[in-house]
Write a protein that binds this ligand. Sequence first.
Ligand SMILES: Nc1nc2c(ncn2[C@@H]2O[C@H](COP(=O)(O)OP(=O)(O)OP(=O)(O)O)[C@@H](O)[C@H]2O)c(=O)[nH]1
Ligand SMILES: [Mg+2]
Length: 258
Amino acid sequence: MAPVSTRNVVIFGETGAGKSSVINLLAGQEIAHISPDSNRCTLHWTEYQITFEDGSRYKVFDTVGLEEPRLQTGEYLSAISNAYGLINTLKERGGVNLLLFCIRGGRVTATMQSNYRLFFEFLCEEKVPLALVVTNLERETRMEDWYTRNMSYLEKYNIRSAGHACITAANLLDGRHRDKYEESRGILRRVVEVHCNASMEGWTGGQSWLTSFISKLVEFVVGRPKKADIIGVLTKRCGMAKEVAQQVAQHIKSENQS
Ligand SMILES: Nc1nc2c(ncn2[C@@H]2O[C@H](COP(=O)(O)OP(=O)(O)OP(=O)(O)O)[C@@H](O)[C@H]2O)c(=O)[nH]1
Ligand SMILES: [Mg+2]
């Protein structure tokens, strides 16, 4: 039998959106904790292994997203070192195959747009397929109706997806909702299978990825990050040589820093 390769999936979204619940639904068992992640540091991550009944294997990276559309300077600096660690870990695992953007089925917000941009545009340079996972839809007669009603709002915020799963990810629901939970597993797994393109290599980011990432992310920062602080993070937390760190920091849009 040919060796089964593992696909790497990054799941992101605000706290309480249902990321850990979605991982458990996908896995068919409780592997992720359903409680606020104790480390709320932007782009901090936890890795899980999931195997479907047909033997296909996935590594799912549960991440900490933004809680507001903007970042404070301190958060910006830790987001840089977390992103660097995450991308390097993903590279070791063979690259990113799919992004799952988890949102609660309610109003489309500016924070959702910032998370979309952080993960899809900044972290993955728009090179990775993205599927939307909309949770909390057990009260809808047809869960898919949420998408039909909200499509125009997603467009307004420039949130584009290759596919979507409208689901409920809550496991402790009564009879009628229980059926929707089971139905949701099928919907979610199909979306993952279809969009985790097995014939494509995972995306890993190129040579100038880090410079490009920290430069784009500066757009979200409240205040002006200091070049010396960025060099400090790159050398102390990312283990970069001082000269390289200086060059990276030099490339950041000069109007945004002091
Ligand atoms: N009713 C309902 N509750 C849900 C659904 N999905 C998740 N929840 C609940 O919402 C809460 C948050 O869910 P989590 O899966 O922990 O959310 P998360 O995105 O992992 O949150 P953080 O780890 O804090 O970032 C939990 O109490 C879940 O049981 C859903 O589809 N419907
Ligand atoms: Mg969680």
